[in-house]
Design a binder for this molecule. Structure first.
Ligand code: ATP
Length: 513
């Protein structure tokens, strides 16, 4: 049986082979942690972005969108705290000369303990069969309890040391746990040091007058500096939100795990402005709303979990991640943060401009609090792509690779295939393509035997194939094949547009939750 690492390698290879994701500047041997999206990848990415935008902006009458520039006045990053506090704790292994994030080394150690718990659960489930009560087992089995206590206490200590910036204790923890360099197996570590993640650049031609800038490490600040512009011009009343999608840049040290952690990536963020004191309530609200958005895509709930933070970022008074079960374990997919009035009041201070809201109901001015939802578009891509990747053994013993993408996100919704390349079938098929392509991404394919064409569309994640055969010319019916069940049904051509629209329209999906 393939292990998770093998599966992940296959997923990366599949993404490349089928035009989803390529290493950046590959002809020059690539650039580490930077990737390009190919012809199918861009369509999947656009569809995810649109699905998010629809649910967040179009369906909320109190949320509007903006598109702020990547370059921002450099003082922005002083005010936001990124110049002083956007650091990762790094540690070097003296033998392998490899650099790691100290917190990630510890978290990976904990993930191994969690894997042991999972193993115990799987074993017990097999032993007890239908009688198995997982909650009870986890609460009472001494081995599981001991593992869990160990994992919790390590994470707690890590959280506390990072919070206090006690980097010596982070190192002490790594030594106590006897964590070795994954590359060399050596435990010969340097001290832990902080490293700023922002990319610097310069604006202007001459060295003397050039201004030092940063590439934005998050899209959120473009929203905060425009808070009053939007509130005034849109006559927005609290509570209201501003959403934005766009590129962010971080000089990540551990650049691995494909598009999970990139140096240039895209975020989909929404800042929700609320009266102070209501942040707990809104935090719950957005946790639930965002989880429901994920579940609306039909990926089973056991692939998601909430993780409340012990260690809070410099701006937050509460933070929760939605974690997803990636091929390499549960990891953060989206953050839901209660950012207080940290950002707005700091911009007020640094810019010397008022950023207050006049509340007509309370008849007073105040700095709003903020609840943020922030998800990485590329991480979301990896989540749906890796979950969709399936290798099946069919009843006839053959295998097929199929991307079971939610139809609403699939790059191509339908492929139209003439059974043979003659007798007027291509013309009839092209007519169908011309009719469908206005409403959904449609492709025409006449190359190879029809069985091979089905397999190719399966591998691309196309949820439907339509085959035009000789009978089609006589009675205007075609064969509609479903990607996942591989079932085929004969339907009238006239019914096709409505039938497919019902399966791929975002409304049908978003209404599920
Ligand atoms: P991590 O702990 O994984 O580094 P983070 O807590 O720094 O992530 P946030 O600053 O909360 O991440 O950013 C919000 C979202 O942006 C994350 O949930 C993630 O989906 C995405 N994201 C952050 N960094 C990257 C990256 N380097 N590559 C791809 N996506 C990223």
């Amino acid at each position: 049986m393939a292990n998770d690492n093998d599966t992940f390698k296959k997923i990366i290879a599949h993404a490349k082979e089928y035009g989803f994701v390529f290493p950046s500047s590959e002809i020059y041997d690539g650039l580490s942690a930077v990737y390009d999206y190919g012809q199918n990848g861009v369509a999947l990415k656009n569809n995810i972005r649109e699905y998010w935008w629809k649910s967040m902006v179009q369906l909320h009458d109190n949320i509007v969108g903006i598109d702020a520039a990547i370059f921002m006045h450099p003082t922005t990053w002083k005010a936001s705290g990124h110049v002083d506090a956007f650091n990762d704790p790094l540690i070097d292994n003296k033998d392998s000369k490899k650099r790691y994030r100290a917190d990630v080394l510890v978290e990976d150690y904990v993930a191994k303990i969690e894997a042991k718990i999972e193993k115990e659960i799987t074993k017990a489930a097999k032993r007890f069969g239908d009688q198995f009560d997982q909650a009870q087992f986890v609460a009472t089995n001494p081995r599981v309890i001991a593992y869990q206590e160990k994992a919790d206490s390590i994470l707690k200590r890590l959280g506390q040391s990072l919070e206090k910036e006690d980097l010596d204790d982070v190192k002490a923890l790594i030594e106590e746990l006897e964590i070795a360099c994954p590359e060399s197996g050596s435990r010969n570590w340097t001290e832990v040091k902080q490293f700023n993640l922002m990319f610097g650049t310069k604006l202007g031609a001459s060295a003397a007058t050039a201004m030092d800038l940063y590439l934005r490490p998050e899209t959120a600040q473009g929203i905060f500096v425009n808070f009053l512009n939007v509130q005034k011009t849109g006559r927005m009343k609290l509570p209201f939100g501003i959403a934005q999608t766009g590129k962010a840049f971080r000089n990540e040290i551990i650049a691995r795990q494909f598009i999970f952690r990139m140096r240039e990536f895209e975020q989909m963020e929404m800042q929700f402005f609320i009266p102070p004191g209501s942040q707990k309530e809104w935090h719950q609200h957005w946790k639930k709303t965002r989880l429901n958005w994920h579940l609306s895509l039909g990926i089973p709930a056991e692939n998601y979990r909430f993780h409340d933070h012990e260690k809070l970022a410099h701006y937050a008074d509460a933070a929760c991640d939605i974690e997803f079960k990636f091929p390499f374990g549960f990891k953060e997919l989206e953050g839901i943060h209660s950012r207080t009035d940290f950002d707005l009041s700091n911009h007020e201070k640094y810019a010397g401009k008022k950023l207050k809201y006049f509340d007509p109901d309370r008849n007073e001015s105040y700095t709003p609090y903020v609840l943020e939802t922030s998800i990485g578009l590329d991480r979301m891509f990896l989540a749906v792509f890796s979950h969709a990747f399936t290798e099946e053994t069919l009843e006839d013993g053959n295998t097929r690779t199929v991307l079971k993408l939610p139809a609403v996100l699939a790059p191509t919704k339908v492929a139209v295939l003439p059974l043979v390349k003659k007798d007027g079938l291509p013309e009839q098929a092209r007519q169908l393509v011309d009719m469908l392509k206005w409403d959904m991404a449609t492709v025409y394919d006449e190359k190879d035997a029809v069985g091979r064409r089905y397999r190719r569309q399966d591998a691309l994640g196309t949820p439907f194939c339509i085959t035009v055969d000789h009978q089609s010319l006589e009675d205007q019916t075609v064969t509609l094949r479903d990607r996942d069940s591989m079932e085929q049904q004969r339907v009238s051509m006239a019914e096709i547009p409505a039938l497919l629209a019902a399966k791929v329209n975002p409304k049908q999906w978003l209404l599920k939750r």
